[in-house]
Write a protein that binds this ligand. Structure first.
Ligand SMILES: Nc1nc2c(ncn2[C@@H]2O[C@H](COP(=O)(O)OP(=O)(O)O)[C@@H](O)[C@H]2O)c(=O)[nH]1
Ligand SMILES: [Mg+2]
Ligand SMILES: [Zn+2]
Length: 364
């Protein structure tokens, strides 16, 4: 397989310079679990483990994630090792939360759900999964990642009021395309196919049961019909998804299927992702007299005026404030964690790397 078909581009080419002359080769992570990484590259599929310097990375997001480009040693030798991760063009990250088994060791450290994604399809069922507030959370996740979001309202066959719900989501999507599909019946898929460009990477995200894997199978099948090639994704995706995995479709697009997230705690380096999800809230807030207006009792508050005039939906404001508080809290935890790590480093530099063992393959 040609690595360009796997999404390799000039950005990665230039960052790979660092590894040239070291007998290292690029490959893309298609699956990660239990300390083993399944890679695709010029030599086809290979399994690799981490070289020491990567294994001892101090943070979760410094470990390879599905979609990452990594530098590996000679595929001719028995055991392949990953020596470095190329900088990510985009990364979908969520915050990890303190005191939860598996992810508890590093509160305040983001977890990379998928890397180097061009388009993120937010899949939501039009049945009881339907929840505009949850879609807003996924929108912030995607806007913050640098990928382009698309909203897919699936299971239209189960919903008698599809058009009304589509209009409701369009009214909060601010330009993000909203597509309606029935993966089961194969309806609405033609709207998706223009987004499946060869060499581009898509990720399917959303609740468990929304129909992500069924969609993937459908997309693989429609490709299959066009190209009359057998797709690796067909069949595999029929099972309940327990891990993230990248599938090259026969038509040339690369699709990452993900299991549903039990919890999506928002992570943000800035409030840019949030602002893209809630442009009208940010717009009204810009009219407040005070820059640090809390929109509570201050005079000339643009937010309260908009609420009063009915131009701002209170549910949107509530959703915005909740997300903002969550991002601020994850940011604060992150800063605290960084300070603690810094202190430890100063105390006993020799023990660095032994203190925290990275969590592999948590399945989420
Ligand atoms: N009625 C209906 N069922 C669907 C549709 N898409 C998926 N399903 C069903 O919903 C269930 C969950 O689908 P799956 O693709 O595994 O969801 P995932 O967890 O998001 O990957 C399966 O039983 C599918 O057959 C659809 O468009 N309509
Ligand atoms: Mg699935
Ligand atoms: Zn205000």
């Amino acid at each position: 397989m040609n690595i360009k078909q796997l999404g390799w581009n000039a950005y990665f080419e230039s960052h790979f310079e660092l590894y040239r002359g070291q007998d290292l080769f690029p490959a893309r992570v298609v699956r990660a679990g239990g300390g083993f990484y399944t890679l695709l590259g010029a030599e086809g599929e290979q399994t690799a483990t981490l070289a020491g310097q990567v294994r001892h990375a101090s943070t979760h997001d410094a470990l390879p994630a599905v979609g990452d480009w990594v530098a590996i040693d000679s595929p001719l030798e028995g055991s392949i090792r990953i020596h470095g991760i190329l900088p990510r063009q985009t990364a979908l990250k969520r915050a990890t939360v303190a005191n939860r088994k598996g992810l508890a060791e590093k509160p305040g450290v983001p977890q990379v759900l998928a890397a180097n994604v061009d388009i993120a399809m937010i899949v939501s069922g039009l049945n009881n999964d339907y929840n505009p507030r949850r879609i807003e959370r996924y929108l912030t996740l995607v806007h913050e990642s640098g990928a382009t979001p698309i909203i897919v309202l699936n299971k239209s066959d189960l919903c008698p009021e599809t058009q009304a719900l589509r209009a409701e989501i369009e009214s909060i999507a601010y330009g993000t395309p909203v597509l309606v599909t029935s993966a089961k019946r194969g309806e609405g898929l033609a709207e998706l196919t223009p987004h499946l460009e060869a060499g581009k990477t898509l990720v399917l995200i959303g609740s468990s049961g929304a129909g992500k894997s069924t969609l993937l199978n459908r997309l693989a099948c429609s490709d299959h019909q066009r190209t009359s090639e057998v797709s690796a994704a067909v069949g595999k995706g029929m099972h309940t998804t327990t891990h993230r995995e990248l599938f090259p479709l026969p038509g040339g697009a690369l699709v990452i299927d993900t299991p549903g997230l039990r919890e999506l705690h928002l992570w943000g380096e800035s409030e840019a992702g949030l602002a893209s999800t809630f442009p009208e809230v940010v717009g009204f807030a810009a009219q407040c007299r005070f820059n640090d207006c809390q929109h509570e009792a201050e005079p000339d508050c643009g937010i309260r005026q908009a609420l009063h005039e009915g131009t701002l939906d209170p549910a949107r404001l509530e959703s915005y404030l909740k997300q903002r508080a969550e991002i601020a809290s994850s940011k604060m935890q992150h800063e605290l964690a960084a300070q603690v790590a810094q202190k430890r480093k100063r105390k006993s530099p020799s023990r660095q790397g032994k203190r925290w063992r990275p969590e592999h393959g948590d399945g989420q």
